[in-house]
Design a protein around this ligand. Structure first.
Ligand SMILES: Nc1ncnc2c1ncn2[C@@H]1O[C@H](COP(=O)(O)OP(=O)(O)O)[C@@H](O)[C@H]1O
Ligand SMILES: [Mg+2]
Length: 372
């Protein structure tokens, strides 16, 4: 990967400084020379102190005398400018490039995996400062992203281990106690297994939505909302929750399967995280200028805005009744958020003042009846 070493930027800048200084000096001397010639008319005997005075020939000796007096001074000036330009350029270039050294150093550290360091370039805003600040911002985001991934992997492993450990415990008990009810054991093992499959499927869905590699088609969010609520009606009845739907046609472009999953997760949550009895869920769709909007609102316990803002994190469950029978795996809202983002949309959670949540998904709208 190593390229052949070239001149360093410091040397190049130094040479340019010195070159320009020399060129400017030479131009100035040329102008001076031309003016001198104009004010020293031909035939005029120039008196140069200490200079050669050739009285025998009026021309060209006058001008050559002038040249002889001028040339050494000009040469000395140019030599001085060269030395001055090289030295000054070297120092100036060094000072100008100092921030770059710091940035390079930080980049090397970052590429070796040190994401917690920052450049924190001091001084006023200039191009280098902007570069350093942008680099610091990138490091901060990378660091947060890596930390999030690590947390996710740790949580996922933990969640996947739980059903396996439970199965093992059940099997151990059955082995040490031969008179154990086999039917009950099978039922419990099956329940644990189902939960593990659900979790794995949720993880797969999450990674699929994350990769954004799904076919897109014209879909109507209001039809999807209808489909999702219809499927969940029996569950709502079981929880004593009434579902109201309303809204207009909401055309957008996306994956039907994923958007159905998004809506189902939201309505499912709205049913199971509702009041113990007489809860309501309101599902509505609509078009807001260029966006289509799906809103799912439900009654329930009062939530603080701080808590609401954490609910979309993977494996985050809001209430303490984590192991109630309807307890999900804690990936429902994470999946909703990922699907919404994969469709270039947004997810907003707002606690309702009377309790429960109002969840809004905004997706880019598509004009109805237009082929792509
Ligand atoms: N519609 C809702 N109303 C009240 N709380 C909710 C609602 N949706 C989600 N929550 C809270 O957010 C948490 C995370 O939801 P989710 O990611 O779907 O995980 P899960 O439903 O598996 O617990 C839930 O445990 C619940 O406390
Ligand atoms: Mg859920």
């Amino acid at each position: 990967m190593d390229r052949r070493p070239g001149l360093s930027v410091r040397v190049k800048l130094t040479l340019s400084y010195a070159g320009f200084l020399l060129l400017a000096g030479a131009l100035l001397l040329a102008v001076v020379w031309v003016f001198l010639l104009r004010y020293v008319p031909e035939g005029y005997q120039l008196l140069i102190p200490g200079g050669p005075s050739n009285k025998n020939s009026a021309f060209p000796p006058n001008r050559s005398a002038l040249l002889r007096a001028f040339a050494p001074a000009a040469a000395a000036t140019l030599a001085f400018l060269l030395v001055f330009g090289l030295a000054g350029g070297w120092i100036l270039a060094g000072r100008m490039l100092a921030p770059l050294t710091r940035i390079t150093h930080a980049t090397r550290l970052a590429s070796a995996g040190a994401l917690s360091q920052r450049i924190r370039l001091p001084g006023r805003t200039d191009e280098f400062r902007e570069l350093a600040d942008a680099f610091d911002m990138m490091l901060a985001r990378l660091e947060a992203h890596v930390a999030e991934q690590q947390r996710f992997a740790a949580n996922a492993s933990h969640e996947l281990r739980t059903p396996l450990a439970t199965s093992k415990a059940l099997l151990d008990v059955a082995r040490t106690d031969p008179g154990h009810d086999t039917g009950e054991l099978i039922d419990r093992l099956r329940a644990v297994n189902t939960r593990a499959i659900g979790l794995t499927e949720a993880l797969l869905l999450l990674s699929r939505a994350n990769r954004r590699s799904f076919p897109r088609e014209d879909v109507d969010l209001s039809l999807i909302a209808e489909e999702a609520t219809e499927t969940l009606l029996p569950l709502a009845e079981k929880h004593g929750v009434t579902i109201e739907t309303s809204g207009d046609v909401a055309p957008t472009v996306g994956s039907h399967a994923l958007l159905l999953q998004l809506t189902t997760n939201l309505v499912h949550n709205a049913i199971v995280h509702n009041l113990p009895e007489d809860g309501t869920v309101h599902v509505s769709t609509g078009v807001h200028s260029t966006a289509v909007v799906l809103t799912v609102e439900n009654t329930g316990e009062k939530l603080t805005p701080e808590l609401a803002s954490t609910l979309t994190e993977p494996f985050q469950r809001g209430t303490e009744r984590v192991h109630a029978d309807h307890a999900g795996v804690g990936l429902g809202l994470a999946i909703v958020k990922t699907i919404a983002h994969a469709h270039d949309g947004t997810l907003t959670l707002t606690p309702r003042s009377t309790g429960g949540l109002r969840i809004t998904v905004e997706l880019p709208g598509a004009a109805p009846h237009t082929g792509r």
